[in-house]
Design a protein around this ligand. Structure first.
Ligand code: ADP
Ligand code: ZN
Ligand code: ZN
Length: 733
């Protein structure tokens, strides 16, 4: 028998299917991992098919060396998904397959499930232990302290404390070793108490529409606090009752414990969790529980869409508008497309839920491609918190040059004095910034594209990210003549410093990229804030989503305009979503909330709609703008990005690709709305020079043009250059 194998090396040249002979006595099935000879190496690989015959000379084929696992890890469905992803996102087979299994399985690093577990020996008192451990053996004492909270796997402890420490304690009889064949379960200590609620009539009808409607995809548009989670759980309950399985996705790792708590309360141990914040061991175990069917629901971030579940009846993408559902580094994919594929494959359903759906999704719902399911009212009688818009230009005119408006400062003081909590949100995206007049709010825009120009400090220029046009930095406002031009951005650190001066002795926490380099830092900071160890939390986008702090009565949005004038056609949409989401953090319990939004453009339509939580109004206006200006969803933006260490090589490659694309455009009379090759706005990252070809095309050509672009990329593969294409990229930097 022949087995068709994808070998586990990521290299464009070998992304092919290789035939191997299955020797007698070995049984290899589709979806098994195998060890095969490759060149003079032995490599791991995936058997993606078997056949009786090969097109190659049988005598030249090498035999499979062995099978790697006792179980088959890639289902028929996932193999189909792999093909779909290769076609749709132009991915290598191997990069898809790697997404489907826990990283630990590769390279034979799977740890035995039966593992050595250590615990404190029973029957010893603290005094007796002290007598056994010398006082200077600090590590040993620390380990004993840790184990007082409960046992732990040896490998985990060894990693942290070193083998010598552990052995010393074992020898002294302070700790015992045992075998423990238990799955590591993340967040095992989460308290889960079930609140039995009765669905409201609109929730009930939402569940019915989602499951019984004829459409595969439903858009659940429900204001914040309308009880979407309850709808998801009920729909999942019904799907499970039919013997099927379910996938529940949330946009961010830090939100998974909250969702998991709800799910464990309802579904107990039938829930597994998958995301990149788990330890390797935990991830493997959770994955295995899903594969074996012991768990039939998975809760997780983006990558959980690849959970090894069979017969998926329902997939939920909560906060569907969130950019984290797009994987923007290799392998690049869009979670919703994957979810849709899996739902269709299994005859199941997909729910996209949001209080602020993406323009694209809402448009599809309005056109009838998705079923539109609405929850227009909050469960609680409390309304949404009031949003006060403060003009920072007015502040300047009145002589206030600082980061905080007088109103925000006064409200902060009130909040702190009354013992409540406040969240200060700093809007920040990427490395960039724009030029703005602080007096009249004028924003520098591209003459051709009508998008905001981005300030590049390296050459002190303003650039358009859509067409590459460059402009001199402003020294004076062309509208009002003021010389107060701003292009810097406010940093979290600076805000914290000012706060400390203003409120000496008040606890302040900061959450941003710098303070959360360690994965667990997220949970630590949020936990500390929830425990009221601080009264003010200062943070970036990370604190905007879903978190529930009952004592937060004030939310300040310091620099709302930062995303509004980001050089991106989605700026207005993102800003509306952000303001709605951040505002939703205030006044969630019995206490009334207030939101203060600081801006230099107080009458901008985004803020007008956001102030009234008017999504439908915003959608109408934004949708219209997109149609008129010809941006997605009324067109498709394609970007081919080329990067490499040698500037000249990358530039030549970009030239060649461009020439081919232009030729294709002319030949096929597929007039592009825009096509240009240019240096990327961020010209160099990590020693790699970056060039891009940007095109805007009519939507109906998307599939055709994309396929052609992939072909052109293939033909222009160049040593030392990495090339890839993106459809409607989330960022153009
Ligand atoms: P959303 O996800 O739409 O923002 P949630 O699912 O968080 O809203 O629900 C908001 C609150 O309402 C939660 O505290 C939830 O427990 C509660 N809730 C949801 N549905 C019901 C119901 N049918 N009866 C009573 N309380 C409910
Ligand atoms: Zn432009
Ligand atoms: Zn001005």
């Amino acid at each position: 028998m022949i087995c068709k194998v994808i070998v586990d090396i990521s290299n464009g040249e070998v992304d092919r299917i290789f035939d191997y002979v299955v020797p007698d006595g070995l049984e290899v099935n589709k979806g098994d991992r195998v060890l095969v000879p490759f060149g003079n190496k032995k490599l791991e690989g995936f058997c993606i098919d078997t056949a009786e015959k090969s097109d190659y000379d049988l005598s030249k084929l090498k035999p499979v060396i062995s099978k790697l696992d006792e179980f088959s890890c890639i289902s028929e469905e996932m193999l189909a998904l792999m093909r779909f992803m290769k076609e749709k996102f132009y991915l290598r087979y191997i990069d898809c397959l790697r997404l489907f299994i826990p990283g630990q399985m590769r390279g034979g690093r799977v740890r035995e499930l039966k593992r050595i577990y250590i615990e404190l020996a029973s029957g010893l008192t603290d005094e007796e232990r002290k007598a056994l451990i010398p006082a200077r053996a600090r590590r040993q004492l620390e380990l004993v302290e840790k184990l007082k909270e409960g046992g732990e796997y040896l490998s985990v402890v060894t990693e942290e404390f070193g083998a010598a420490t552990v052995n010393a304690l074992v020898e002294k009889g302070v700790v015992n070793k045992t075998d423990k064949p238990v799955y590591r379960k993340p967040y095992d200590a989460l308290k889960c108490e079930e609140d039995k609620v009765r669905l409201t009539p609109s929730q009930q009808s939402a569940v019915d529409k989602i499951l019984n409607g004829e459409k595969t995809v439903s858009l659940l548009y429900g204001v914040t606090g309308s009880g979407k989670t309850e709808v998801y759980m009920n729909a999942i309950e019904r799907v499970l009752a039919e013997g099927k399985t379910a996938i529940m996705l949330v946009p961010e790792i830090s939100l998974t414990p909250q969702m998991l708590r709800n799910f464990r309360a309802r579904f107990s141990s039938g829930v597994a969790m998958l995301h990149s914040g788990l330890s390797q061991g935990e991830r493997y175990d959770e994955w295995k529980r899903l594969l074996t069917g012991e768990a039939r629901i998975v809760v997780g971030a983006r990558s959980a869409v690849f959970a090894p579940l069979k017969n998926v009846g329902l997939i939920v993408i909560d906060e569907e508008h969130d950019a984290s559902y797009f994987s923007e580094s290799n392998p690049r994919y869009n979670t919703a497309d994957i979810a849709k594929f899996r739902a269709e494959y299994n005859g199941g359903k997909l729910v996209l839920g949001s209080a602020t759906p993406s323009i694209e999704s809402f448009l599809l719902a309005k056109r009838g491609e998705y079923a539109l399911v609405s929850l227009p009212e909050r469960i609680s009688r409390h309304g949404m918190p009031k949003i006060d818009i403060v003009s920072m230009s007015d502040e300047l005119i009145c002589g206030n040059n600082g980061v905080f408006s007088r109103k925000l400062e006064a409200e902060l003081r009130k909040t702190v004095e009354s013992g409540n909590q406040a969240i200060l949100f700093i809007n920040r995206r990427g490395h960039s910034s724009f030029a703005m007049c602080r007096k009249c709010g004028y924003i520098a825009k591209c003459e051709d594209c009508d998008v905001t120009l981005t300030y590049h400090s390296v050459d002190n220029m303003l650039k358009c990210h859509y067409c590459g046009k460059r402009y001199k930095m402003l020294t004076q406002c062309p509208e009002c003549g003021s010389k107060e031009i701003r292009y810097g951005k406010v940093g979290t650190q600076r805000v914290v410093e000012e706060l400390k001066k203003m409120f000496p002795g008040v606890g302040i926490l900061r959450m941003d990229n710098e303070t959360t380099t360690k994965k667990s830092a997220y949970l630590d900071i949020l936990g500390a804030f929830k425990a009221k160890e601080a009264q003010i939390l200062v943070g970036t986008q990370m604190i905007a989503k879903g978190h529930d702090f009952p004592d937060v009565t004030l939310v300040g949005i310091l620099d709302a305009d930062m995303s509004l004038y980001f050089s991106d056609y989605r700026s207005a949409e993102r800003t509306f979503q952000l303001v709605t989401q951040v505002a939703g953090r205030a006044g969630r319990s019995e206490k009334e909330g207030l939101v203060i939004l600081q801006t230099y453009s107080p009458s901008h339509y985004v803020y007008r709609f956001a102030k009234n939580y008017d999504y439908l109004g915003f959608f109408g206006k934004e949708n219209n703008t997109r149609e008129v200006t010809g941006f997605p969803p009324y067109s498709t933006i394609l970007r081919v990005l080329m990067t490499g260490e040698d500037d000249e090589t990358v530039r030549n490659c970009a030239k060649n690709v461009f020439v081919d694309v232009r030729a294709y455009e002319l030949e096929n009379k597929r007039e592009f709305l825009f096509l240009q090759a240019m240096r990327s706005p961020v010209a160099r990252i990590e020693r790699n020079y970056r060039y891009q070809i940007l095109m805007r095309i009519k939507r109906e050509y998307e599939a055709d043009v994309t396929r052609e672009i992939y072909r052109i990329i293939d033909e222009n593969k160049t040593r030392g250059v990495s090339i890839f294409a993106q459809i409607n990229p989330q960022s153009l930097s």
